[in-house]
Design a protein around this ligand. Structure first.
Ligand code: FE
Length: 284
């Protein structure tokens, strides 16, 4: 990979992060950001060939800025209908030859953008437009939210899961956990690859952390529009399988829902909420 192109892309990315950060939160990480931009510009200005160590150092600095930006933006929630594309920290051709420029450009500018637009529209209809909606309106917009929302959140993870300097094996805590849960990195890789290969046409292969059982696991998501929202944490759930109410309520589904509110344990939901809030990704 061409170092100069990579550093130029990092510089563009840092400017995009700055734009996205908003007034409120940038102060905390502005010095780091300025220093990174200054160093990138200086390195790019010099005529000499850029040493690989310099590239690695700048990449580490960029990662530190990203981490600080993420911390600072914890308070910046995304308003309904205000999602946006996350800036790509590399150019469309940076993952070649493994992933072509053409795929990256289409994937990011067309596919991901349409998920963002679709999610914004679904949120407008669900949460902003307070007009009376029927159950079937909800069905429609919840499906839209699921399809576009899962698409947006998963692609946002996906872009940052990849890097032109990627490959190899993880180290540290993640490497240890992988060995603990899968036996070896090779075995994990093999399982993940086979799981990915099993997805029919539309879907994802995913490495997940199970906060419940404290282990890693592999899953696939097929057709992510089927009423689930990826990258979210359930706080309050109501079992709508018939086995949960049919013996007592028969076809009176609405009555079951109505009565269920009398037994909700809000103390428990609050506790789940407080724990869940500790997981914070940068908002897009
Ligand atoms: Fe995609």
């Amino acid at each position: 990979m061409n170092s100069r192109n990579y550093l130029e892309a990092l510089l563009e990315w840092s400017k995009a992060m700055e734009e996205h950060a908003g007034e409120a939160s940038i102060e905390e990480w502005e010095p780091d950001l300025r220093e990174l931009q200054h160093n990138l510009q200086q390195t790019l200005l010099s005529e000499d060939t850029i040493a690989q160590e310099a590239v690695l150092q700048l990449r580490q600095d960029a990662e530190r800025v990203a981490a600080r930006a993420e911390q600072a933006s914890r308070q910046n929630s995304v308003r309904w209908g205000q999602h946006r594309l996350p800036p790509l920290p590399y150019r469309f051709d940076a993952l070649e030859p493994h992933i072509s420029r053409e795929i990256m450009e289409l994937h990011y500018t067309k596919h991901h953008q349409s998920y963002v637009d679709g999610l914004n529209k679904a949120e407008e209809m669900l949460y902003v437009n307070r007009g009376n909606k029927t159950s079937s309106d909800y069905k429609h917009y919840l499906r839209e939210q699921s399809f576009h929302g899962s698409g947006h959140f998963l692609h946002t993870i996906f872009w940052y899961n990849m890097s032109p300097n990627g490959g190899g094996e993880p180290s540290g805590q993640l490497a240890q956990q992988i060995r603990k849960d899968f036996g070896s990195f090779q075995r994990f890789k093999d399982m993940f690859s086979k799981a990915a290969d099993s997805v029919e046409g539309v879907g994802w292969a995913i490495l997940v952390w199970e906060p419940r059982s404290h282990h890693l696991a592999i899953q696939t998501i097929e057709k992510h529009q089927f009423f689930s929202l990826a990258d979210t944490i359930p706080l309050l759930v109501l079992d709508m399988w018939e086995h949960a109410y049919y013996l007592q309520y028969k076809t009176e589904k609405k009555q079951y829902v109505e009565n269920w509110w009398n037994v909700v344990n809000w103390a428990n939901v609050t506790q789940r909420f407080q724990t869940a809030k500790q997981v914070n990704w940068a908002p897009f």
